[in-house]
Design a protein around this ligand. Sequence first.
Ligand code: KIV
Length: 305
Amino acid sequence: MSKDGARQRLMAPHITAKKGLETIVSLTAYHAHTAAIADKYCDFLLVGDSLGMVMHGFETTVPVTLDLMIMHGRAVVRGARRALVVIDMPFGSYEESPSVAFRNCAFVMKETDCGAVKLEGGRRMAKTIAYLVERGIPVMAHIGLTPQSVNVIGGFKPQGQDKSEWALIEEDAAAVARAGAFAVVLEAIPEPLAARITQNIAIPTIGIGASKACDGQILVMEDMLGLSPKVPKFVKTFGSVGEAIELAIKEYSQEVRAGTFPETAHTYTTFEVAEVVDGPDERARPSRGDLSQGGATKKTKISST
Ligand code: KIV
């Protein structure tokens, strides 16, 4: 909260209001420090269930649990200050009924303090979306390729490749918009279909593999950073973080083996700890911040080597 009591963080209606006015920028985020960086440039951060694949090594998003989403969700909410944080509802946590969905979505919001949830599905989830929104839960929908259905679809396949599929995908988009979703992710569909949907619904479309015809874009952060070993066609890699990590680890291992690391600069010659509390023998445990030499103000020198 700011001094005058207004929340600084963007909320779902702010994202909806951008339609037709400004392009919406978003990324997935799974940990506090990268969330803090992305927060400066993104309107919303998605704690997507792709974390199961890019962080935890699962082959699909199906095994992801509510606990995992909550753990990463808390980290991202702690790291981001301004962007709306949206958390993906994992497979099995919302499909059964609107009331089960409400219970799990409310739990995720209470546990993480995120501002919205996302769930996969168009027409089939419209009733649930309306139920959630009526009860105070902002919902981002996700249509086109819905990775939680990978076992039914038979792979991570682009959707709407055949024009005869377009009408149903357009109906999905219209249904989630009518149900009250504040935005909809369009994944892996052709540009002309994304353009038609974007023109015909009142809520923003967020594309991932759905062309620049959308109102905004999202990518999985690890994919665009060059950290994922294999990425879909629609990903542009804006960095080579995987290579940078490997180079750094290689150099570290070489220096440790050669005995050139650690050097004097990384070695405590005078061992200082945090201030003494309640008498000379009870020493406060130093925090990580106090461990840099000469960092804290009130210190007691206890030994020197
Ligand atoms: O989980 C995820 O990363 C997503 C994006 C593909 C939008 O849902």
